[in-house]
Design a protein around this ligand. Structure first.
Ligand code: IMP
Length: 197
């Protein structure tokens, strides 16, 4: 298998590590926007697809390499899909996901919501020089638990317990999470399409 360099248009260390591990077996060496010192464009779109496309296109124009960008987030059913595309922004500046998780819990409590179902969703955009952007989607359904549990993962992982499991993403190893996660599912679809024999 050949070796190709792709760029992941992200500065999020958690995502970079997950994607690197998944793509390595396919001969893709992933450089991140952080490695290449690329600017982070503002996420000005109103959909996961829009934001993923904007980040992939900007990185592809800057590097001339195939660029991946993902836009992902937590969508809580009783909150009308919030925080959704605002998942990172709910953590404030500097990012504090303790605060973001507390806000999810507080808003569910304020609503007296008994429905605690949620999903992590991920849209990946792949921009190759001179080609149209292609999209791949993945999601995983689960429940919001409180209090947060587990030191692993990142972001909202400690309050998300995938359906059919008794541990949160925060309590799972990277390998266990990779078998289930929205990002892994979106990547699997991409791999099936882009690396078919
Ligand atoms: P993005 O970088 O704009 O895609 O922001 C995604 C945000 O959604 C992250 O900063 C996290 O807050 C949240 N998020 C996305 N994927 C995950 C995950 O796998 N675990 C926990 N939080 C996630």
């Amino acid at each position: 298998m050949g070796h190709e360099t792709w760029v992941l248009a992200s500065h999020n260390a958690g995502k970079i590590k997950e994607m690197e591990q998944i793509l390595a077996p396919f001969g893709v060496a992933l450089k991140s926007a952080r490695d290449l010192d690329l600017p982070e464009p503002d996420e000005t779109e109103t959909t996961f697809r829009g934001n993923a496309a904007l980040k992939a296109r900007a990185a592809c124009e800057a590097t001339g390499l195939p660029c991946l960008a993902d836009d992902s987030g937590l969508s809580v059913d009783a909150l009308g899909g919030a925080p959704g595309i605002y998942s990172a922004r709910w953590a404030g500046e500097p990012r504090d996901f303790g605060r973001a998780m507390q806000r999810v819990q507080d808003e569910l409590a304020d609503k007296g919501a008994s429905d605690r179902t949620a999903r992590f969703v991920c849209t990946i955009a792949l921009a190759r020089p001179g080609q149209e952007i292609v999209f791949f989607e993945g999601e995983v359904a689960g429940d919001i638990v409180w209090p947060p549990r587990g030191p692993e993962g990142f972001g909202y992982d400690p309050i998300f317990q995938p359906h059919g499991h008794v541990r949160t993403f925060g309590e799972m190893t990277a390998t266990e999470k990779r078998a289930l996660s929205h990002r892994a599912r979106a990547l699997d679809t991409m791999i099936a399409t882009e690396f078919k024999p």
